[in-house]
Design a binder for this molecule. Structure first.
Ligand SMILES: [Zn+2]
Ligand SMILES: [Zn+2]
Length: 321
């Protein structure tokens, strides 16, 4: 086992490093800046160059972070390590680990549909692939994002015609930037929550373009009352009460989980958009096939469904818990 699951996280014994560890370790390779992957307290970090500003925001300004360009190789205790685009959020990386002719790839979170806010997923050939399986059930099948963005913009336009604001909820890092980049600014003004704006700065460093927007505070929100604005914010904004100042509004939520029509989330919003930063079922299977790996470990999400299916297809498949 070149990489194994330990209570601290994925561990490569030959290279003595961890991938996305949950507990403090000497050397951590971090796949991307989401808080369940990038944690503070590690002695040293290695992450992608474009993802570094995001990871630094998470783990602290004084953290010791080394970076790699995608495809660049580094030797760690005789093990060759390189990072390859995962297409999940800006800078998100798959970790390729090579030792004595054997190649393992740990996917981190990934998405195969290209999107304008991050590097496009790149399949990496390997013997063993450790894949995430967040949406590993055949019922998860995404529509192309162009269709989802057209639906979002149509909905916003309709609300704007009635003088209503459109409040679109999504996670502050990754999803919000994607929603912002897909919004059509000719429809009306765009307002974003400050947590969304703070991550946009890291995206601008990689030359990702966004339409003009205003940061939400009591003055701007009162100014755009009744003017058909689009508000992009994490759902925590509801607790602040600031949305009461925007006048009448409709709410929507953008997440792969919106395909579950019966889920609580689907019921509490006026509109739902199944837009995900993870692969759907076919996306996962396609990515797995492209790696040409014969051994697959599944982690996060529906590991059992994926493992059972892969075994039926002749793979040496296992769950990694
Ligand atoms: Zn993630
Ligand atoms: Zn994750």
């Amino acid at each position: 086992m070149l990489i194994e699951q330990t209570y601290r996280g994925l561990y490569c014994g030959a290279g003595d490093f961890y991938i996305d560890p949950h507990l403090a370790v000497e050397r951590a390779i971090v796949t991307h800046g989401h808080s369940d992957h990038a944690r503070g307290g590690m002695k040293s970090y290695l992450t992608s160059r474009s993802g570094e500003p995001i990871v630094r925001r998470r783990v602290g300004v004084r953290a010791s972070i080394e970076t790699l360009d995608f495809g660049e190789k580094i030797d760690i205790n005789g093990v060759t390590v390189s990072l390859h685009p995962a297409g999940h959020i800006l800078g998100s990386a798959q970790v390729r680990v090579e030792h004595k002719g054997e190649v393992w790839v740990a996917s981190g979170d990934y998405k195969t549909e290209p999107d304008q806010t991050c590097e496009t997923f790149e399949p990496v050939r390997c013997n063993t692939f450790i894949t995430e399986s967040t949406f590993a059930q055949p019922k998860y099948k995404w529509r192309p994002q162009s269709e989802i963005f057209a639906r979002i913009n149509d909905w916003w336009q309709l609300n704007a015609m009635w003088g209503r604001a459109t409040v679109l909820f999504g996670y502050s890092l990754g999803k919000a930037q994607r929603l912002l980049a897909g919004a059509d600014p000719s429809i009306g003004p765009i307002l974003v929550y400050h947590t969304v704006d703070s991550f946009c700065a890291a995206y601008r460093l990689s030359n990702i373009q966004f339409p003009d927007y205003h940061i939400i505070d009591e003055t701007t929100i009162a100014h755009y009352r009744g003017k058909g604005a689009l508000i992009i914010a994490p759902s925590e904004i509801r607790k602040t009460g600031i949305l009461d100042l925007i006048g009448e509004y409709e709410t929507g939520f953008a997440s792969g989980w919106m395909l579950n029509k019966s889920s609580m989330r689907s019921m509490i919003y006026d509109a739902g958009f199944a837009l995900s930063d993870h692969c759907d079922w076919n996306g996962l299977l396609g990515a797995i096939k492209q790696t040409e790996a014969t051994r697959i470990f599944s982690m996060h999400g529906f590991t059992e469904t994926l493992t059972t299916y892969l075994k039926s297809q002749g793979y040496d498949a296992h769950e990694m818990r």
